[in-house]
Design a protein. Structure first.
Length: 277
């Protein structure tokens, strides 16, 4: 297992700061989800005409691009053309950076359409995406997010999309905080096609000024009640070799700790858990 973090956690840093500081803090990778004022990195010069120079900068500091987190919502039929266009742009970026992981959302409203119909649409969208040049060489990862937190719902998509190019991004914080399944139950359902993980921790503290609408607030990994060590031990037990990515959502929650504080704390906490001293 290797450690990565997301650019969501350092929204004020320019690219050189991201690369230099993440390397110095001990990460092996960086997941791209926005850069400063832009959320979609595929439209930025650093990831278009200057992308070869960007790749060299990552390599010079011993970092990989662990993934690109897209905004695709594969279960929304009205977004098909938009999804395909973003998929094309993102494929170009990950291939140029030597990366093979793209996060997607499920999306859709299960109060309007059944999960079965949403999964049917997700399958049709992925069928179209996987026809794109280079798409089948990439891992397309559905995040356990929003309506798709429950592993049983995720399995509806896995059953329909049998290609090994499609799998799961297990956001451990989401399934632990908002789901009904234990870590072991979740892994039993989606573990064999889990290609990536997000790690974040939280505590139930509804009176705190930083509490979210559901009463939970984010804290440093290992300081909350989401049993992250148990989940990482489970991954290790089953020989998971992928990324453990710190999802510090500083872009969305500006009152969270600064990345200069939390990033090195996370690396120091996580390294022993993945067997790295």
């Amino acid at each position: 297992m290797k450690l990565s973090t997301t650019t969501l956690g350092c929204p004020d840093w320019h690219l050189d700061q991201v690369i230099e500081k993440c390397s110095a803090f001990g990460f092996q990778g960086v997941d791209l989800r926005g850069l400063q004022g832009d959320l979609d990195v595929t439209v930025l010069p650093e990831f278009k005409e200057d992308i070869s120079n960007t790749k060299r900068k990552f390599e010079d500091f011993g970092l990989e691009v662990s993934g690109v987190s897209s905004s695709l919502r594969i279960c929304v039929d009205s977004m098909l053309n938009e999804n395909l266009e973003e998929a094309r742009r993102t494929i170009e970026v990950v291939r140029a950076l030597g990366c093979d992981r793209i996060r997607v959302f499920g999306g859709g409203n299960p109060n309007i359409q059944s999960y079965e119909k949403l999964a049917d649409q997700g399958s049709l969208t992925m069928e179209e995406i996987l026809r794109l040049d280079g798409a089948s060489e990439i891992k397309w990862m559905l995040e356990t997010h929003d309506a798709w937190i429950d592993p049983d719902y995720c399995s509806l998509l896995l059953q329909r999309i049998t290609s090994s190019a499609f799998g799961i991004l297990w956001d451990i914080g989401h399934t632990a905080r908002m789901g009904n399944a234990s870590h072991h139950e979740t892994f039993k359902t989606i573990g064999c096609r889990t290609y990536y993980t997000h790690v974040k921790d939280a505590i139930l503290d509804p009176s705190h000024p930083q509490a979210m609408k559901d009463g939970w607030r984010y804290v440093a990994p290992g300081k909350g009640s989401l049993r992250l060590k148990e989940a990482i031990a489970l991954l290790k037990e089953h020989d998971y070799q992928g990324w453990i990515m710190l999802e510090h959502e500083k872009r969305w929650h500006g009152d969270l700790e600064e990345p200069e504080v939390l990033f090195p704390q996370f690396v120091a906490w996580a390294n022993p858990l993945i067997g790295k001293q």
